[in-house]
Design a protein around this ligand. Structure first.
Ligand code: PXP
Length: 240
C-alpha cells in the first residue's frame, strides 16, 4: 500500500493568522496518525510563515509515525535538522515571495552544495529525498549526489487538464521508472487532491505521496480524522 504523508503546514497557517497557539499542528498531526497517516510532513520555511521550530521539535517527540522535514539547503537548516533528527528530510527550493514551493530543486546546478548536505544528514541516519521536476538530468544527478529518494513534483500534472494532463502523467511515469531503475526510492507530491490523486497513486514505482493543502482544506469542513481516512481509502482503491 502506498504511504500517505500528511503535511500539516496549513494548520499552522491558521494559527499564525492570529499569532496565538491554536490550532496546533502537532495536535492535528497526532489525530492524522490515528486516522491512518503513515507519516507527517512539515516545512520549516526561512520566513517561518507557518511551521515554527517548536512545532518540529514537539512533533519529533510525540509522533508515532515518520517525521519528514521539508527544508531549504542552507547551513542553518542543515544544522537544525541535525539537532532534531527527523526520520526523513526533503530538500526543496525556497523563495521568500512564493505562495508555495513553485518548482523543483535544481540539483544539476547546485550539485556540490546538495551533495555535501545529503552526506551530512545521511551520516546522521536521516533519509534524504530531493524534490525535483520529472526530468532525467535531475534524477540522474539526484542519484550521483547520493540521495535515498526523489519526490517528484506533481504540480504540472495537477495544473493541467485534458490531453495535457495525460501527457504530464506520462512524463511522471517515465521519471518514476528511471528513478527506480537507478535504485532511488520514489515519492510524489504537490497539488494532489481527492479528484486528481488516483492516476498518480496507481504508478507502481511511487511508494509515498505527501499531501497537504487538500487534506487540511477538507479537514476544515469534515474534521482531520475523516479527511485523512477519505484520502487513505482512495489510495487503497488505487492499488486494488
Ligand atoms: N511536497 C513538497 C516537497 C512540498 O513542498 C509541498 C508543499 O509544501 C507538498 C508536497 C504538499 O503540497 P500540497 O500542499 O499542494 O499538497
Amino acid at each position: 500500500m502506498i504511504r500517505l504523508g500528511v503535511n500539516v503546514d496549513h494548520v499552522a497557517t491558521v494559527r499564525q493568522a492570529r499569532m496565538i497557539d491554536v490550532p496546533d499542528p502537532v495536535e492535528a498531526a497526532l489525530i492524522a496518525e490515528q486516522a491512518g497517516a503513515d507519516g507527517i510532513t512539515v516545512h520549516l520555511r526561512e520566513d517561518r510563515r507557518h511551521i515554527q521550530e517548536r512545532d518540529v521539535r514537539l512533533l519529533r517527540e510525540r509522533s508515532r509515525s515518520k517525521v519528514n522535514l521539508e527544508m531549504a539547503v542552507t547551513p542553518a537548516m542543515v544544522a537544525f535538522a541535525e539537532s532534531v533528527k527527523p526520520d526523513d528530510a526533503c530538500f526543496v527550493p525556497e523563495k521568500r515571495e512564493e505562495l508555495t514551493t513553485e518548482g523543483g530543486l535544481d540539483v544539476v546546478s547546485h550539485k556540490a552544495k546538495i551533495k555535501e548536505a545529503v552526506e551530512r544528514l545521511q551520516g546522521r541516519t536521516i533519509h534524504v529525498s530531493l524534490f525535483i521536476d520529472p526530468e532525467s538530468a535531475q534524477i540522474e544527478t539526484a542519484k550521483e549526489v547520493g540521495a535515498h529518494a526523489i519526490e517528484i513534483h506533481t504540480g504540472s500534472y495537477c495544473n493541467a487538464s485534458g490531453r495535457e494532463r495525460d501527457e504530464q502523467l506520462g512524463v511522471i511515469v517515465s521519471a518514476a521508472t528511471l528513478a527506480r531503475k537507478l535504485g532511488l526510492e520514489v515519492h510524489g507530491g504537490h497539488g494532489l487532491n481527492y479528484d486528481n490523486v488516483l492516476p498518480i497513486a496507481r504508478i507502481p514505482e511511487i511508494v509515498e505521496l505527501n499531501i497537504g493543502h487538500s487534506i487540511i482544506a477538507r479537514a476544515v469542513i469534515v474534521g482531520i480524522e475523516q479527511a485523512v481516512r477519505e484520502m487513505k481509502e482512495l489510495l487503497a482503491r488505487a492499488r486494488e
